[in-house]
Write a protein that binds this ligand. Structure first.
Ligand SMILES: [Zn+2]
Length: 238
């Protein structure tokens, strides 16, 4: 198969519905489309869920993954055929929460990194919380608390978040562009950058909100020790 799905969410993370044509169906349940609004699990962000509608008939999207570069939608029952004209409908409530917490994660990572020099060694968004693993020489509760307070201050202000592509060479000159382990940049000539103006620039393929005002507030859930220099932090949107 030479077709590659056009990932609409890369440019517009606010699309809740979009038409598509079914390109292929494997084992009745694994569907590729000419274009999609469904985010495929990866880079620390879970997959989207929702529906693929063919007329009135709904095929529930239970998983979305990337296989050999192609975005595959797993639906709950067979029936879709190549050539079908369909409409993709996101579970927007879930996606929007993930956008808010993904942007929040970048802000918090940037502030903690500034405060401690700590690097994120692992990072996983879930629908109801975010988990970070940090390598700390010396864990500092005060810095953690003050970073959270600072982040919450930022989330109440009008700060633009934007995303764009940069040639790899140029992107790699940005200090801290690979703060997050998730962002170990793929070997591509062009990298997608997510910029939180004045706060952070990361190589990143995820979906984000356009303004920090949309994040709301976050709170610490708990911290755990994970080995000598590793600290796990859980936080969530309030
Ligand atoms: Zn990210």
């Amino acid at each position: 198969m030479t077709h590659v799905t056009k990932a609409l969410f890369i440019v517009d993370s606010y699309l809740k519905e979009a038409p598509a044509t079914v390109v292929s169906v494997k084992d009745g349940k694994f569907v590729t489309l000419d274009q999609t609004i469904f985010y495929a699990k990866g880079g620390g962000q879970p997959n989207d869920t929702g529906k693929i509608m063919r007329g009135d008939e709904a095929f529930n999207v239970v998983y979305v993954g990337k296989f050999s570069g192609e975005i595959s939608h797993e639906v709950d029952h067979a029936g879709l055929q190549p050539g079908d004209q369909v409409c993709c409908v996101l579970n927007w409530e879930r996606r929007y929460k993930l956008m808010r917490s993904h942007t929040a994660a970048h802000v918090l990572a940037a502030l903690l990194n500034q405060g401690t020099g700590a690097l994120i060694t692992g990072n996983q968004l879930e629908e109801d919380h975010v988990r970070f693993d940090f390598s700390f020489e010396k864990f500092d509760r005060v810095i953690l608390e003050s970073s959270l307070a600072k982040a919450n201050q930022l989330f109440g202000t009008d700060v633009t978040v934007k995303w764009y592509e940069l040639p790899r060479e140029e992107a790699m000159k940005i200090p801290g562009v690979v703060k997050m382990a998730e962002a170990a940049p793929p070997d591509l000539p062009v990298l997608r950058i997510v910029e939180i103006v004045g706060v952070d620039r990361q190589a990143d393929g995820g979906t984000h909100v356009k303004n920090l005002k949309e994040v709301g507030k976050v709170e610490l859930v708990k911290t755990e020790n994970k080995g000598k220099n590793n600290r796990r932090i859980y936080f969530k949107l309030t």
